[in-house]
Ligand binder design. Structure first.
Ligand code: ASP
Ligand code: MG
Length: 411
């Protein structure tokens, strides 16, 4: 008999029929002789609707108090646990629902993005010992003083991983609306293939490059505590993708996947001095404006004058420009700023890159043959990312995916 933690995301529990479908799956797992803790998210759209309601009652320009925001947001998951437990009980199973607080999930006091401090799963064990299926609310906990907190958007993944670690589960299954992690977005590259396995670091890099399958914090947590988990679909019985620590055999694959991120923009500051303090005078104000910067490129200067470019999300471009306008004059005479939208980022990710030479060269040659111009390049130990014109991103993704032998037909 194994102890299994399952997690069902918002779309998987999006309406009563889907909740009944999840209830059936949970019961099948229990009937196969396992102990089951099922973590559920709020029904699709509910968290967004609650946020909307909060802003409607507080009015334009005012923020809802964070303490009450968490009391509000936690109701989304609380609704789903009750409904899921009811569905199971109505089908003749035996289930109890637990909120995060009831399940002993204690967090720090940072409302709306709290971190889990520790888990005391006494109640979970007690109900399991009595033969119950435990339905646990994702995304929430309580502080040591008993205030309700939430774990940041997508936080139900974290609940599942952390609870799996706390109760030393044999298996953690993340049920979602896709079949697993793919070599690339199948809507862009139809020959993309579902991966059997991927390492934590690869999944983290894919996520930071736009392939959002799971909340990144939960993957970091899983890595730290060595929780293996499987990402799979709640709509069929196909095997999913196992996310785990690196193995030797994983290194033999050079590129695990290709990911793309659209809606990027580039800001270029030209004619700045190649002097100590320049970068900090540019990026300080941008950081203060709470704009997240992705790639940064500074040219080598021969004359003591250089250009610095960086990319941001298109939605943040106006904020970044507004933050920089007032400091341009301080940066020296003739310093100008140029902003450009219509940019996308393409990344190839794989731990095999560490032990294979020539990956970047192969990627650049492929893009060249496809007639795609590379604008910026950045690399990490297991990732090479380039920015290209947004209208070329699909051509670029298909070419690179093919070149690295990732397509289904290439095996
Ligand atoms: N309901 C929360 C959200 O939409 C948490 C989750 O779904 O994981 O962000
Ligand atoms: Mg979700």
């Amino acid at each position: 008999m194994s102890l299994i933690v399952q997690k069902y995301g918002g779309t998987s529990v999006g309406d009563p029929e889907r909740i009944r479908n999840c209830a059936r799956r949970i019961m099948e797992c229990h009937a196969a002789g396992h102990r089951v803790v099922a973590v559920v998210s709020a029904m699709a759209g509910v968290t967004n609707r609650l946020i909307q309601l909060a802003s409607e009652v507080t009015g334009e320009g005012r923020e809802p108090t964070e303490r009450e925001m968490d009391v509000l947001l936690a109701t989304g998951e609380q609704t789903t646990i009750a409904l899921t437990a009811m569905a199971i009980n109505a089908m003749g199973g035996k289930a109890v629902s637990l909120t995060g607080a009831q399940a002993g999930i204690e967090t720090d006091g940072v409302h709306t993005k709290a971190r889990i401090a520790n888990i005391t799963p006494g109640e979970v064990h007690r109900f399991l010992d009595e033969g119950n299926i435990v339905i646990l609310a994702g995304f929430q906990g309580k502080t040591a003083e008993g205030r309700i907190t939430t774990l940041g958007r997508g936080g139900s993944d974290l609940t599942a991983i952390a609870m799996a670690a706390a109760i030393d589960a044999d298996l953690c299954q993340i049920y979602t609306d896709v079949d697993g992690v793919y070599t690339c977005d199948p809507r862009v590259v139809p020959t993309a293939r579902k991966l059997e396995e991927i390492s934590y670091d690869e999944l983290l890099e894919m996520a930071s490059s736009g392939s959002k399958v799971m909340q990144s914090r939960s993957v970091e947590f899983a890595k730290k505590f060595g929780v293996r988990f499987e990402v799979r679909s709640s709509l069929n019985n196909n095997p999913g993708t196992l996310v785990r620590e690196e193995t030797m055999s994983m290194e033999s694959v050079v590129i695990r996947g290709v990911s793309l991120e659209r809606d990027q923009a580039k800001v270029t500051i030209t004619g700045v001095g190649d002097l100590p303090g320049t970068a900090s005078r540019i990026f300080g104000p941008v950081a203060k404006a709470n704009v997240i910067i992705d790639m940064i490129v500074q040219n080598v200067s021969k004359t003591g004058i250089t250009d610095i470019s960086f990319t941001v999300n298109k939605a943040d471009l106006a904020k970044a420009e507004a933050a920089l306008k007032p400091v341009l004059a301080d940066l020296g005479d003739g310093v100008t700023m140029e902003a450009q939208g219509g940019i996308a980022k393409l990344s190839v990710v794989g731990i095999g890159m560490r032990s294979h030479a020539g990956v970047a060269a192969q990627m650049f040659e492929t893009l060249s043959n496809a007639g795609v111009n590379i604008q910026m390049i950045s690399t990490s130990e297991i990732k090479i990312a380039v920015t290209v014109a947004e209208d070329q991103i699909e051509t670029a993704a298909k070419a690179v995916h093919e070149a690295f032998g990732l397509s289904a037909l290439q095996g």
